[in-house]
Every structure is written in C-alpha cells, then in structure tokens.
Write a protein that binds this ligand. Structure first.
Ligand code: NAP
Length: 485
C-alpha cells in the first residue's frame, strides 16, 4: 500500500448516500499471496443495506430526470478517473485478490470500458411507434429506468463485475446498491471514492461491505423498494437468490457458473489453439467463469497439440502477482487449492493421467501448480465440475457430432471455444453449441460492445452491448385514443 500514488483510494467504510459509514465491528482483508493483513474494513449488516436502499430510492427521481447527455458527462468523468488511477487500482486489486498486476490493470481498463461504452449507449434508449389497429388510436412505446438496482458480486473480478452492472444501470437512469464479496471490498470502495470525485450524486452509487452475505442479501433481494436484482457468482447461490426475489417479483439477471469446452479440430492452427487455450485457461489462475474447463482434442492432432500445450504451460511463472514477470498468482485462499487438488486426485483415481503439476507449489498453500491431465473422460469429476483452478483436462474425440454432444452434456452454458479453419464446420459447430458465447479461433472474447451472458443454468440477461441496457429498463406502452374528429 505504501507504493500507492493516491493513498485516499484505500477506504475502510461502506459508502452510503454519499458518505462513509462506519460500523461497530470490522473485517480483516488479507493478501492471498502471503496471508498478510492489508487493512480492516467496517463490517456493515442488514440495517446499513436498508439505509443504502432508502438512499438509492431518494436519489432516483433526480438522477432519472437528468438527460442521458448529463449522465454521460458524469459517467465519462468516472471513466477518466478510473483510467487515471489504473496503476493504483490495479495494485489494490492484486493485493486483495492475487492476480498478476498486468492482469489487474487489464481488469481496471476492461471495467472502465463498460462505463465509457454505456455512457454513450444511454443516449440511444429509443422507443417505438407502432401502427394501431384502429384509425382513432396511436401506439407509442417508451423505455424508462426500472428504479433502484441491487447487486451482489464475487471476488474473482472485484472491479469489473461491479463496473459492468453499474455502468448499464446508471446510464439507464437507475440508482445502485452493491454488496461486494467479503474477500475483496477494497476495489469496490476505491470505485466509490472515484464515483464521488466524478460528481455522481449522493445515493446514486452505494457500496455496502459486510460479511453477513445472507442478511444483506435478504434485504437486497426482498426489499420492496428494490426494482431489480443482479448477481454474479455461483449457480447454487444464484438459484437461492432468484427464489428470494420471487416474493416481490423483481426483475432479475444472473451471471453464474460455467463449464467451458475448448475444442481443437484436426484442421485447426495448432499454435493459435495452444495460445488461445493458455489465456483462456490460466488467466486469473483459472478462476474465471469463462475459463476453459475441458479441452477436447480431435484424435489426429492430439499428440501435436498436447506436446506444444505442455511446453507453453511450462513457461508460466507462478508467484506473487506484484512481482515482475509473474503470470500466475495465488488462488483466493488455501481452501480453494485444497478443493482443486481433491478434484485432481479423484480424477486420477478414475483413470486420468497426470502429466504436469498436480498440487500445491512450494511457494505456499494458496499457490497451485499449473496442471495438465490427459486420458480424461467427460464423466470424470474434473470434467463435470466447474474447476475454478489452473487445471487443464484433455479429452480425445473422433468426430464433430460426438464432440458437440459431449460439449453440451452439462447444465452450464456460458462460454465455449473452438478452433477450426473449415467454414462449413465453423457454422455447424457455432450453431450446435448450447452456450451464450462462442469463441471461434479466439480465446479471449469479452468486451463492452458484445453481449456477455449464459444459457441454461449459467444464468439469464446480458451485460455489455446494446442488449445490456434492456435489463435496466421498463417498456411502457402509451395508447393515444379518441383521435378522430
Ligand atoms: P459465490 O459463493 O456464489 O459468491 C458470490 C457472491 O455471493 C459473494 O459476494 C458472496 O459473499 C455472495 N453470497 C454467498 N452466499 C450468499 C447468500 N446466501 N446470500 C447472498 N449473497 C451470498 O461465488 P464465488 O465462489 O465467490 O465466485 C465464483 C463463482 O462466480 C463461479 O461459479 C463463477 O463461475 C461465478 N462467476 C460468474 C461470472 C459470470 O459473469 N457468469 C463472473 C464471475 C464469476 P461472500 O463474499 O461473503 O462469500
């Protein structure tokens, strides 16, 4: 923290109604790379969540009444400040979450890009005129902000998961309350500090930090003044939160877990496929929802791909994310490495072959060696569970129909990837995959202009793109009658 240029970015209290709000107890925030205490933050509870919802409700009329242009100017200020402080924000993110500094700075830029993009897109919330069925009527459709939006976000992207939601909500004219993950509150609070400096009015953007996930979550999902609830996290928690939203019939959007297939066909460019698999698998130590979870390689190219892939994995550098040259940081905590190691062991017992890595690194119990398993089948634990760690299970297949069936044989449907140079196959496979996103000869697919989201139990709604505003807008139909003389 001593290296931060702007030490005011470290905040320790919840940000509610434009002020910093302390609570009676505190939560320690630890660096997953070395276990050191970074700082303590105030531990808010359900009462503070209610205050934040009330503040957001009070702020809604004035914020929604601003023109889209006025909101865009303020959001653009926020974007500029986030980018000006990219280095510091990246450092804070690495300290509390662990990912390498270059990746952390990349996340700040990625998150800020959504704010920049939606600041402009908010100007294009167009309505419609519809030919009426009778001559004395006119039909007009307008779109209006839904109201107060509440959000709960995970630790793996402590900045971007908030930015993606807040950008769309605020640009649409909604006000916003977020509860970030307990492990990573500092990135969220730094965003609040910059939101204030950007001129976002009191009550429009609120951050409630507290370890009582269930209690705060109940307020955010059940409070009658919250119009829309948005969640990013595991499918199990998302399912429970959807049920909680039912009592007040909230608009809900969910970004949940994944089990991404990465398919390499015989006709693929092997080097490109290896490069794509490395970034899509080992980014953030394998802890992303769109991480490759299963690598399917066609039998004719299996040897060539596996050999080059292992060579590339061997070049990854594991260590503290703040150290130069590190490409894989620690996992979020020791339990995470233990869970992934258990998954590896159970799959080896079921017949998989360990060819690289396999467990903890000597660096400590949060560091996991990049791992490769071969002879994997689609029904092994490593293939039918969201791994959330730096492990690549390689599964061999013979033909297109077989691999599409295997790829779709999961309750998840978030991201998928495949490599081929045959245009007919590219269309067939892209249309056959039951996934919200398909990377074709590409391992990194998310950006502000594209719709991010899943099918099946990976969620509903989309973040980013022109579609991302729909979740924050109500469609209102105006019927003009009595128009004849
Ligand atoms: P998680 O356990 O579901 O936690 C996510 C958030 O929900 C955290 O803030 C957590 O609080 C909170 N939470 C947990 N139980 C809750 C409850 N009963 N009521 C209210 N809130 C509750 O997920 P995770 O393990 O942290 O994150 C990884 C998961 O997120 C993976 O499945 C990953 O695929 C998914 N994810 C999806 C996307 C996407 O866009 N689709 C993006 C990133 C991650 P605490 O901080 O107190 O635990």
């Amino acid at each position: 923290m001593q290296q931060l240029n702007d030490k005011q970015l470290i905040k320790r209290f919840s940000y509610i109604n434009g002020s910093w709000h302390s609570s009676a107890t505190e939560i320690p925030v630890h660096n997953p790379a070395n276990g050191e205490l970074i700082t303590n933050v105030s531990n808010a509870g359900p009462e503070e969540a209610i205050l934040a919802v009330k503040a957001a409700k009070k702020a809604f009329p004035a914020w929604s009444a601003k023109s889209a242009n006025e909101r865009a100017v303020i959001l653009r200020n926020w974007f500029n400040l986030l980018m000006t402080h990219q280095e510091d924000l990246g450092r804070i993110l690495t300290l509390e979450q662990g990912k390498p500094l270059a990746e952390a700075k990349g996340e700040i830029g990625y998150g800020a890009a959504f704010i920049e993009w939606f600041a402009e897109e908010g100007k294009r919330v167009y309505g419609d005129t519809i030919p009426a069925p009778s001559a004395d009527k006119r039909i007009v459709v307008i779109k209006q902000p839904v109201g107060v939006v509440a959000a709960i976000t995970p630790w793996n992207f402590p900045n971007a998961m908030i930015a993606r939601k807040a950008a769309a909500a605020l640009s649409a004219g909604c006000t916003f309350v977020v509860r970030p993950a307990t492990q990573t509150p500092l990135s969220a609070l730094a965003m609040a500090e910059l939101a204030e400096r950007a001129g976002i009015p009191a009550g429009v953007f609120n951050v409630v930090v507290g370890e009582d996930a269930h209690g705060i979550g109940k307020v955010l999902t059940e409070h009658v003044d919250v119009a829309k609830f948005t969640f990013t996290g595991s499918t199990a928690v998302g399912q429970a939160l959807i049920s909680q939203c039912a009592s007040t019939v909230k608009k809900v959007s969910m970004e949940l877990g994944g089990n991404a297939p990465f398919i390499v066909f015989d006709d693929a460019d092997v080097d490109a496929a290896v490069a794509g698999a490395i970034v899509s698998k080992y980014r953030n130590a394998g802890q992303t929802c769109v991480c490759t979870n299963r690598i399917f390689v066609q039998s004719g190219i299996k040897e060539a791909f596996t050999e080059k892939f292992i060579t590339a994995v061997n070049k990854l550098v594991i260590g503290n994310g703040l150290d130069d040259g590190v490409t894989i940081g620690p996992m979020i905590n020791a339990q995470a490495t233990k869970d992934v190691s258990d998954l590896i062991q159970r799959s080896i017992s079921a017949g998989a072959t360990l060819v690289l890595g396999g467990g903890n690194s000597p660096l400590g119990d949060t560091f996991m060696m990049p791992t490769v398993l071969t002879d994997v089948t689609n029904n092994m634990p490593i293939a039918n569970t969201e791994i959330f760690g730096p492990v690549s299970p390689i599964i061999c297949f013979e033909d297109e129909e077989e691999v599409i069936a295997m790829a779709n044989d999961t309750e998840f449907g978030l991201a998928s990837y495949f490599y081929s140079r045959d245009i007919g196959r590219i269309w067939r496979v892209a249309e056959g995959l039951e996934y919200g996103m398909v990377g074709i000869n590409e391992g990194i697919i998310s950006n502000a202009a594209a719709p991010f989201g899943g099918m099946k139990q990976s969620g509903n709604g989309r973040e980013g793109s022109k579609y991302g505003l729909d979740d924050y807008l109500e469609i209102k139909y105006l019927c003009f009658g009595g128009l004849t003389k």
